[in-house]
Design a protein around this ligand. Sequence first.
Ligand code: GDP
Length: 426
Amino acid sequence: MTVTAIVGANWGDEGKGKMTDVLAATSSYVVRYQGGSNAGHTIINDYGKFSLHMLPSGVFYSNVTNIIGPGTALDVNVLLQERNSLLTRGVPEPKLVISDRAQMVLPVHRLFDELEELRLGSQSFGSTKRGIAPFYADKYAKLGIQVADLYDKTRLRSRLEQSLASKNVLLEHLYKHTPLQLESLLKELLEQAELLKPFVGDTTSILHEAYANGEDILLEGQLGALRDPDHGIYPYSTSSSTLAGFAPVGAGLPPYAITRVIAVVKAYSSCVGAGPFVTELHGEEAEQLRRLGGDAGEYGATTGRPRRVGWLDTVATRYGCKLQGATEVALTNLDVLGYLDEIPVCIGYKLSDTNVTSHFPATAQLEAATPVLQRLPGWKSNISHVRSFADLPVEAKQYVHFVEAAIGVRVATLSVGPRREQIISR
Ligand code: GDP
């Protein structure tokens, strides 16, 4: 019986989807507890290749109950489309329960996300335009719509009236956009309510009971530590906490329930969106890593945008692991580095001519940081077929030992390819 959080130590896209898919095999519950359809988890298994945005990564196993917790930003259209696409591709009907306390991403949130990015122009944050920031703004301004509200028409109408009042003023006067009609939004939500009904439940009670019964529960994080609004690279952060510490809150479990925190770390760095990225590569060096990274190059699973890429940053990763409270690390995409004679790794930040630090600074200082790199010998071979640590080339083992020492957390698992079976446990 273990409650495990699987979370990102970097900017997201570390390969959490694959690792969750692997761990889900022995879990009874897989829970999404924060964020919405703004990040994609790539999973490659016997059914094919999938990019999940809203569904938990346990949907491919019939033994797993998949839960969308109260802390999430529920995008009903994306959720239902994903479910249908799984079914049409031969995946058996997944067990899915959506919290009646989860809140709904509304079309108006997406609209505001787009209009605000346009208004900000060159100052924009590189939003995925899935409505996430306006959604969480509404949630904390107490203007959100809970799933349970969908089944009380009078209440839903009054909640929408309250929410639309100020938005229509902004639409007309700030964004020069036509105001939104309450009736059409209400109609759309009532239609969604019917489609959603079979999946809605009290997930907090379900999880508490599962915890009391000693079931294995996997809490699946989205994005990574450096995107956390409190501790990450603000304001180039997301709008909900990406940390394992938030996982029991967003899922609805006691804070002491989690005993295992797996921080997923990528063997190099990648980043989608704007903001300082100290080890970023440019030109041909970047192109090569981008082309060879991930399962089909480093291109966003949600947006298709080319991801920014760079060398492994142990300053950022050590900080990320600390924030996550990592009890172990899963190091992914190690196979990708097999083309390099030497592998540069960032071991410090130069903040000025006289100031080199190994601490991850706040954004104001981070903007000016340049990397201090150490070069490790490459292994110059394909390791994607290797299944035991002992069989890795000596340089690959050295790389893993170096990373472990630099970030201060044991690397318990290595991923050497995008497929389920391409895994080494230590
Ligand atoms: P997530 O959001 O953390 O789940 O990560 P993404 O799915 O967005 O990005 C990870 C990318 O790396 C995907 O293309 C995966 O298929 C791929 N991937 C995961 N682990 C490995 C690995 O060990 N090696 C390689 N080559 N690709 C991997």
